[in-house]
Design a protein around this ligand. Structure first.
Ligand SMILES: NC(=O)c1ccc[n+]([C@@H]2O[C@H](COP(=O)([O-])OP(=O)(O)OC[C@H]3O[C@@H](n4cnc5c(N)ncnc54)[C@H](OP(=O)(O)O)[C@@H]3O)[C@@H](O)[C@H]2O)c1
Length: 242
């Protein structure tokens, strides 16, 4: 399988390293400003995009116009999701996107869903999310924290909205606060806290390196190679995690 990497930063380089270990061919590595040649697009089976949020829509337009399938790992482009959906439907390409391609994080999401279903029955527990990432991360809160928030809002009836900026006065009962830390080289840590007067329960996922994300993106590329439609990493893992 021939893969083109769109974005050759921390994630692009990690995918490159893992791909060579797995015998997958990376035919092109594109950074901001790299010319994209039509001949290379034609030779590509699947493009994997880990670049900047504003570059997602133009890249999807370009690669979809050539009928090429794409894995989008970039985060912070949720405002363009409807446009991307329309392009995928029109061009009939296959596209997998996820705020987090780590298998461990998807197990974490399942645990959050289970915990939220239980906590829904016990009004004495409040819930909050904290995420921490390296100082160069562009988007805040993280896409993974927003996915966790969506799961919590979907299963805890008393929580209705996300508060991601600083609180103005008291946190309202229906607000779910997400706080963010940007520091040093933290790869990515997400903590869900269920807190009551009596005790506190924490679910925490800490990424130790970028290998988990890179492996998931390569799995997604192999999975979507001959598929059409818009998918998330949940679809890729559906056979593995029931
Ligand atoms: N879904 C997941 O599992 C997951 C995991 C980790 C990270 N991410 C996300 O993936 C993205 C990249 O993360 P990273 O840590 O690799 O960032 P990074 O180290 O800053 O690398 C980003 C790379 O994208 C390039 N780029 C920027 N705009 C581009 C464009 N228009 N066309 C082509 N390349 C472009 C940059 O090139 P220049 O250096 O030339 O500017 C840089 O090489 C972020 O959105 C991050 O949140 C997702």
């Amino acid at each position: 399988m021939n893969i083109t990497l769109i974005g050759y930063g921390k994630m692009g380089k990690e995918i490159d390293r893992l791909a060579s270990e797995r015998g997958i061919t990376i035919i092109e590595r594109l950074d901001l400003g790299s010319p994209i040649k039509d001949s290379e697009i034609q030779r590509t089976d699947v493009a994997i995009q880990f670049a900047s949020p504003e570059s997602v829509l133009p890249h999807v337009q370009r690669w979809a116009a050539a009928g090429k399938n794409i894995v989008v790992g970039t985060t912070g482009w949720q405002n363009d999701l409807d446009k991307v959906k329309a392009i995928v439907a029109e061009t009939k390409i296959g596209l997998v996107y996820a705020s987090n391609f780590s298998i461990g994080v998807h197990i974490f999401f399942r645990l959050i869903k289970e915990a939220a279903t239980l906590i829904n029955k016990f009004a004495e527990y409040d819930v909050s999310i904290h995420e921490a990432h390296h100082k160069d991360k562009l988007d805040s809160p993280s896409g993974t924290a927003l996915t966790a928030a969506k799961i919590l809002l979907g299963h805890i009836e008393r929580k209705k909205t996300v508060l991601s900026g600083p609180p103005q006065g008291k946190i309202k009962l229906d607000q779910l606060q997400i706080t963010s830390t940007r520091a040093g080289a933290i790869v990515g840590t997400h903590t869900i806290t269920f807190d009551s007067l009596a005790d506190s329960i924490e679910l925490k996922h800490s990424a130790k390196n970028r290998a988990g994300f890179a492996l998931g993106a390569l799995l997604a590329a192999e999975w979507v190679k001959n598929k059409h439609g818009l998918f998330t990493f949940e679809d890729v893992l559906a056979d593995t995690i029931q």
